[in-house]
Design a protein around this ligand. Structure first.
Ligand code: TRP
Length: 458
């Protein structure tokens, strides 16, 4: 059955592609900001615990289900359960989540291309602080640029995924990931010499106990989940291209280590740059699209650094959009046997179309009226639904399925197959069965307002 689906050429190919999925916009602006604002070093330690105790075990479960069935999510759950089992819906939810996330992620990724063009044209140096800030608002209210760059980014994504597992995804990950790492490392070295480096390290790593609230634990958990691309079958799909003699625990650990390393390095660039030029740490996309370009306009070598910075973010975003597109693509190939090319083009076009309202969300006509009606723009709705609900629900279900539904003998045998780290099984299983689900349920109780209803003020 699994003969011509494609496989990774090597273990390194898998690690780079999976790290590419994990490392994305979430690492570069979401992580630094969350850390700085929610307790610095304390948040950092809690985040590491979340990755280690909750994220990593669920990642191993996803990779295990994929490697075991050599199938994308829908077919994987169909293979492992009875006919018409409700678990098959979990596979479909993964496909839907991938579709939805990609539709707006590609819009933000498109902004990085717009900023790359601005950096190359040296627009920042020639503008005043006020007009640099204004560039972002101008972009938000420019429907043509938003839709155009969204189309361009979807085009790039589809072009890579059409190439298939080895010649498309793995080949591009092997180029983009090391380049990304080198560029980021060079920026970190540069930033060590900036005035604001000391302030930045204190902001990120010194424990600010006052800012650390119980809700910081929940945001650390949510961030670890999002950052590791869990809960929608992305890691399951990439695991399905692994051969059975590539071990699961060690490869997964590598992915988690790389993801965390890049998030840490990004913090050591974003804040030194921001603080050295007298700017505040802003929330959300304002940080990389508003504050950082101002800093680049004022620093020595800012022209080149600005280009490197936006190329880096675009690369990080591209390897993530590739994996989202691959979940959708691979599911339809496995289910119906359609040609990869057709599936890619049709689903890519559908995702592009569905993303148009998100691309128009910053504008006053569409975005403004939607916001007035429902309190959130279309973009915000899709983001909220997927990140706060669908991903945690998917993660919870995957943990329960792998931890309780899968036959013990099969699970143990699969985990131990191909690895010298088989003994980790004894630690992995209880984490997957109890710690993971408990943590996700807590996130749910928080995001649904249940905790507030019970009078617990997190
Ligand atoms: N991990 C990505 C980031 O940090 C975002 C993401 C979440 C994702 N879920 C995903 C990417 C699933 C690919 C597949 O930006």
């Amino acid at each position: 059955m699994a003969t011509n689906r494609g496989t990774w050429a090597s273990r390194l190919g898998f690690i780079l592609a999976a790290a590419g999925s994990a490392i994305g916009l979430g690492n570069i602006w979401r992580f630094p900001y969350a850390t700085g604002k929610s307790g610095g070093g304390l948040f950092f330690v809690v985040y590491l615990l979340c990755v280690l105790l909750v994220g990593l075990p669920i990642m191993m479960a996803e990779v295990l289900l994929g490697r075991m069935t050599q199938s994308s999510p829908v077919v994987a759950f169909r293979t492992l359960t009875r006919r018409r089992s409700p678990w098959i819906l979990l596979g479909w939810m993964g496909v839907l989540t991938g579709f939805l996330i990609l539709s707006y992620y590609s819009v933000v990724a498109g902004w990085t291309i717009h900023y790359l063009v601005l950096a190359v044209r040296d627009v920042f140096a020639a503008s005043s602080v006020e007009s640099i800030r204004g560039l972002f608002d101008a972009l938000m209210s420019d429907p043509v640029a938003n839709v155009g760059y969204h189309a361009l980014f979807m085009g790039l994504t589809v072009a890579v995924v059409i190439g298939g597992v080895q010649a498309g995804i793995e080949r591009w990950s092997r180029v983009l990931m090391p380049t990304l790492f080198l560029m980021l490392a060079a920026l970190v070295v540069y930033c060590v010499f900036l005035r604001g480096f000391g302030d930045a390290t204190r902001f990120v790593f010194a424990p600010h106990t006052d800012d650390f609230k119980p809700s910081s634990v929940l945001s650390a958990l949510g961030q670890s989940f999002y950052s590791l691309s869990l809960g929608m079958g992305a890691m399951l799909t990439y695991g399905s291209y692994l051969s059975r003699d590539t071990g699961i625990p060690r490869s997964s650990a590598w992915v988690a280590v790389l993801d965390t390393l890049i998030a840490t390095m990004a913090s050591l660039v974003v804040f030194p740059v921001t603080f050295s030029f007298g700017m505040e740490a802003e929330a959300g996309p304002g940080l990389i699209f508003r504050s950082i370009p101002i800093a680049f306009s004022q620093m020595t070598g800012g022209y080149g650094l600005g280009i490197v910075f936006f190329v880096l973010i675009a690369f990080a975003a591209l390897t993530s959009t590739i994996s989202l597109q691959e979940v959708v693509t691979s599911s339809f190939i496995d289910l119906y046997g359609w040609p990869r090319r057709t599936v890619c083009l049709v689903s890519g076009a559908a995702i592009f179309l569905f993303g148009i309202p998100s691309a128009l969300s910053g504008g006053s006509v569409f975005g403004g009226s939607m916001k007035a009606l429902t309190g959130k723009s279309f973009f915000d709705w899709v983001d909220h639904l997927t990140v706060n609900w669908m991903l945690p629900l998917g993660g919870l279900a995957i943990a329960i399925f792998t931890g309780f539904v899968l036959d013990e003998a099969v699970r143990k045998q699969e985990f131990r197959q191909g690895t010298t780290w088989g003994a980790v099984y004894g630690v992995w299983l209880p984490l997957l069965r109890y710690v993971g689900p408990a943590a996700v349920l807590l996130v749910f109780a928080q995001s649904s307002g249940l905790l507030r209803l019970l009078g617990i003020n997190w």
